[in-house]
Design a binder for this molecule. Structure first.
Ligand code: GDP
Ligand code: IMO
Ligand code: MG
Length: 429
């Protein structure tokens, strides 16, 4: 029992989807609180793979899923995801999926601007997912965004689109030199989306609180990862939302006293998609081994993920920023077959040892990881169900992570499937 936040500790794709799906069994509600369809969360149930971009990963466990006010939602993507899940026999009726009337709507011009900006940046691009996430959050902050509550009011919606497009089209045409967006076509298309989504739209903060008062358990599902956070990540190589645990409250309309714990998802090594610093990146055959054995391709864009050793400076940063109460270690099976494993315990910056992540990216770029070496294991661990049955060196690797982070490892994931999991301590029971 209790309410837990699940967040990524690295640069995303840690395996949040798998763990949220697994732990949703013990929860009543699952809530997304930030990001949008830049996320790609993979669940593998009975050998069948589902990738969700917007619908919370609790949907396969028949739990009530909420898309909170902090999420930016592309209605076209949401509708196609609902239809896709329904075609697979999953109940995604308004009983199981609730969409905040305060969530911001991703508009076609957000996507155009995302692409145009990245193209103009050339070699300095962020490597965004191109889903319009940044421009949508920009409009929210500059108070010209459109929320679902407005989308439901045809006259207000149409007037806002016409006004906003005046400025956006000027920018698209005269600054970026790309195609403009036709206001009337967008209005017509989006009002059709509104009709489809209307039964799902609600004041989700109120509905979640009604559940909490009835002692229902809530799982808050983070997207992206701590080091893609707009404030605390490797800025500007970040996403445009706050990805840390504190935002679970803000992005869903729940107070901090209703949160009982924060579970950090940690991939047993590190990956990153898109541009930006990555101190422990491996550009050698070990990196290639992780990439191919871990099938490290982006679930949203299909891009090859960069791979490297586990970085405790990054993990400890996440432990502090999120107030981690427990860790789930994923993809341990991928490390099997590597003779000597390395864990980065600090950075060496021109002879100075750093134990925290420098804010200045020029300094971070010059940091050389300080490694501790540990012997690896050869056995296939993917069928192991209990910690005691793991090879000794795998147990030592896990214990060392606990020592260095001072956070208990509650769960170890040894394969993509729901059942390929070793539960040491279930936070819900
Ligand atoms: P998320 O964005 O954090 O939900 O993670 P993604 O779904 O983008 O990426 C994680 C990938 O690793 C997916 O393909 C999962 O199916 C897979 N995965 C998750 N846990 C494990 C694991 O323990 N072992 C292996 N081999 N794959 C895993
Ligand atoms: P999940 O939830 C990994 C990265 C992009 C890019 C940067 C900004 O699956 O872990 P954006 O489109 O958000 O403006 O892109 O952030 N990024 C992710 N990387 N996993 C994700 O989500 C990501 N969402 C965004 O690659 O570098
Ligand atoms: Mg992902």
């Amino acid at each position: 029992m209790g309410n837990f936040v699940i967040i990524g500790t690295q640069w995303g794709d840690e395996g949040k989807g798998k763990i949220v799906d697994l732990l949703a069994e013990y929860a009543d509600f699952v809530v997304r609180f930030q990001g949008g369809n830049n996320a790609g969360h993979t669940m593998v149930v009975n050998g069948e793979k589902f990738i969700s971009h917007l619908v919370p990963s609790g949907i396969l466990q028949n739990k009530t899923c909420f898309i909170g006010n902090g999420v930016v939602v592309d209605p076209e993507v949401l509708i196609s995801e609902i239809k896709y899940l329904q075609s697979k026999g999953v109940d995604v009726s308004p009983k199981y999926l609730r969409l905040s009337e305060k969530a911001q709507v991703i508009m076609p011009y957000h996507k155009s601007l995302d692409h145009a900006r990245e193209a103009r940046k050339g070699d300095n691009k962020i490597g965004t997912t191109g889903r319009g996430i940044g421009p949508c959050y920009e409009d929210k902050a500059s108070r010209v965004g459109i929320r679902f509550v407005e989308l439901l009011k045809p006259k207000t919606f149409a007037e806002t689109v016409r006004t906003v497009l005046d400025e956006k089209n000027y920018q698209l045409k005269h600054y970026f030199g790309v195609e403009t967006v036709d206001a009337e076509a967008v209005i017509k298309q989006y009002l059709e989306y509104a009709e489809f989504l209307a039964p799902y739209i609600a004041d989700t903060s109120v509905e979640i609180m009604v559940g909490i008062k009835q002692l229902k358990s809530v799982l808050f599902e983070g997207a992206q990862g701590t080091h893609l956070d707009i404030d605390h990540g490797t800025y500007p190589y970040v996403t445009s939302s706050s990805t840390v645990s504190g935002n679970a409250c803000c992005g869903s309309g729940v107070g901090p006293k209703d949160i009982d714990g924060v579970i950090g998802i940690v991939k047993a090594y590190t990956t990153r998609v898109g541009a930006g610093p990555f101190p422990t990146e491996l550009l050698d055959e070990t990196g290639d081994y992780m990439q191919s054995k871990g099938a490290e391709f982006g679930a949203t864009t299909g891009r090859r993920r960069r791979c490297g050793w586990l970085d405790m400076v990054i993990l400890n940063n996440a432990a502090r920023l999120n107030g981690l109460t427990g860790v789930v270690l994923t993809k341990m099976d991928v490390l099997g077959g590597i003779e000597t494993l390395k864990i980065c315990t600090a950075y060496n910056y021109n002879g100075k040892i750093l134990e925290t992540v420098p804010t200045d990216l020029e300094i971070l770029a010059q940091c050389v990881p300080v490694y501790e070496e540990m012997p690896g294991w050869d056995e296939d661990i993917s069928t192991i169900k209990e910690f005691k049955d793991l090879p000794l060196n795998a147990k030592r690797y896990i214990k060392r992570i606990e020592e260095l982070s001072r956070v208990p490892v509650d769960i170890v994931s040894v394969g993509p499937g729901r059942e390929e999991t070793i539960i040491i301590n279930n936070p819900f029971v």
